[in-house]
Ligand binder design. Structure first.
Ligand SMILES: *Cc1c(COP(=O)(O)O)cnc(C)c1O
Length: 354
């Protein structure tokens, strides 16, 4: 009898969940929209909405009132288009090939033009409404101020002219300098809208808001500037299933390279999350889990698919129970040494997102 590959939908539920608090997500967008003053907040949803999941995140933000979406790659457009009109989507990497120009014109998403070459390519391919990135001092993507007078720029039909802040999460002189250069650019470029602020720059005040802001990190609960903790809520709550509970005797070790040695008799749970899921080895001996209100420390090295947790304090815990993975972004960043951006974007594809 032939054995057919099973329907993936028929596979059992994943032992790893990423629970998204939709109310917190919508509330964060509304709070950032309010904090943007006269500007309207959009949403950076690149990298699968910072790994939280485009299908989970985009409909919630759309229903909250968001109508401007930023992705990095053209490959990210169809996933977002499943939920919102293409004309609301901007592609930050711009058109580097004629294939990308053709795709943009076919699907209706706007390229963010970053160079004069991209502007020429866009016009050559037929053009249409686009966005324009202007470099004001980060030296990453964008047309330099000195090139804004090029006749190619004047031929563009620019919806949103934008720039990106390098140090908005600090009180650096660079912030005012970039603002000054952006104002200069604004005086010389024709565009329907102007946009400068990412999450952190929203908190720099009304001067930075212009017509549109582009928060990413803070939508998802990240707090790049301390003053934002007053209105940003945690959104992502990862959980992992217990695969086994074992007794470990004093003197025994746990995990690769025996980095953890028990000094007393312990109950240890092996849970289904590891560095292949983005729970990196930085969490070895530092991670924290929770069960029914009890805080439980990770012990030993994080493995590819598993982490050991000291569950001595919860004698009722059994195989198949779920542990919360402590993931408050500020705490998680400080404890792991990863940035708050990495805390989110490393989360892997084996999480079921809900
Ligand atoms: C990623 C990105 C954003 C969002 O930045 P956050 O710091 O996550 O708010 C905004 N604008 C551009 C151009 C980006 O690349």
């Amino acid at each position: 009898m032939p054995i057919l590959p099973p329907d993936p939908a028929a596979a059992p539920a994943a032992p790893l969940r990423l629970c998204i608090d939709k109310d917190a997500l919508a509330a964060n967008w509304r709070a950032l929209d309010r904090a943007s003053g006269t500007g309207k907040a959009g949403a950076a949803v690149k990298a699968n909405a910072y790994s939280l999941g485009v299908p989970q995140v985009v409909p919630v933000l759309r229903d909250a009132g968001c109508a401007d979406w930023f992705v990095a790659h053209w490959q990210e457009v169809p996933g977002v288009m499943a939920h919102v009109p293409a004309g609301e989507i901007s592609v930050l990497h711009g058109p580097v090939t004629m294939d990308e120009v053709a795709f943009a014109r076919e699907c209706g998403a706007r390229p963010v033009l970053n160079t004069l070459e991209q502007a020429a390519r866009w016009i050559e391919g037929g053009g249409g409404t686009c966005d324009l990135m202007i470099d004001t001092g980060m030296n990453r993507l964008g047309v330099s101020l000195k090139d804004l007078g090029d006749p190619l720029i004047a031929r563009l039909d620019v919806d949103c002219a934008m720039s990106h802040m390098a140090s908005a999460d600090e009180d650096a002189p660079k912030n005012a300098q970039q603002l000054g250069r952006f104002r200069e650019a604004r005086a010389s470029v024709k565009a329907r809208r102007f946009s400068l602020a990412n999450s952190a720059a929203i908190a720099l005040g009304p001067d930075y808001h212009f017509d549109l802001t582009r928060p990413g990190l803070s939508l998802y609960g990240g707090i790049p500037r301390r003053e934002m903790s007053a209105f940003i809520r945690q959104v992502a709550f990862p959980q992992a299933a217990v695969l086994q509970v074992r007794r470990v005797m004093p003197g025994e070790t746990v995990g690769y390279n025996a980095t953890f040695q028990a000094t007393r008799e312990m109950r240890v749970a092996i849970v289904s999350v590891g560095y292949a899921d983005g729970y990196l080895r930085a969490w070895s001996d530092k991670g924290r889990f929770s069960f029914e209100g009890a805080a439980l420390p990770a012990i030993g090295r994080v493995s590819m698919d598993m982490t050991a947790v000291d569950v001595s304090d919860v004698p009722t815990l059994r195989e198949g129970d779920w542990l919360g993975i402590e993931y408050d972004p500020v705490w998680a960043s400080r404890t792991s040494g990863l940035s708050q951006y990495e805390i989110f974007t490393v989360l892997g594809s084996r999480f079921s997102r809900r």
